[in-house]
Design a protein around this ligand. Structure first.
Ligand SMILES: N=c1c2ncn([C@@H]3O[C@H](COP(=O)(O)OP(=O)(O)OP(=O)(O)O)[C@@H](O)[C@H]3O)c2ncn1[C@@H]1O[C@H](COP(=O)(O)O)[C@@H](O)[C@H]1O
Length: 104
């Protein structure tokens, strides 16, 4: 896996024992599922707006925010990007998935 993803996974794990007021991620963990999910939805909305304003640098910035918050959600649930990469790998060559996607 990409080094930055691996380092971020480790940082997200290390925040689990941290005091809520010591960092942004520790605060989100302390607030719980609903607060994390609210950030994911909020960032997804910002991705939508950025995709429509034609500024690709803005889009990259907002997708990074969305990606980061989904990683916080996964970590909070005891999962990580490894689980997503494994799922994507599993789909490679699975009959029906690409067929279904091409119908959209
Ligand atoms: N990659 C990120 C990252 N991307 C975005 N953000 C934060 O996500 C928030 C984005 O939400 P908004 O744009 O709505 O800004 P906001 O108004 O400050 O957010 P809210 O307080 O309203 O939730 C901002 O506070 C950003 O600082 C991040 N915060 C942390 N990281 C990584 O996580 C690591 C651990 O962070 P801490 O727990 O803060 O040490 C850091 O070293 C970074 O590598």
């Amino acid at each position: 896996m990409n080094d930055i993803l691996q380092r971020l996974i480790e940082t997200l794990e290390s925040r689990k024992g941290a005091a809520a007021d010591s960092s942004y991620v520790a605060k989100l963990y302390a607030k719980g599922d609903d607060a994390i999910l609210k950030k994911v939805i909020e960032e997804a909305g910002e991705v939508l707006l950025a995709a429509k304003d034609g500024d690709n640098a803005h889009l990259v910035y907002e997708v990074a925010d969305l990606w980061f918050h989904t990683m916080v959600l996964l970590a909070h649930k005891g999962l990580s990007s490894d689980d997503i990469l494994n799922e994507l790998a599993r789909r490679e060559g699975v009959s029906g998935i690409t067929e279904k996607a091409s119908r959209k």
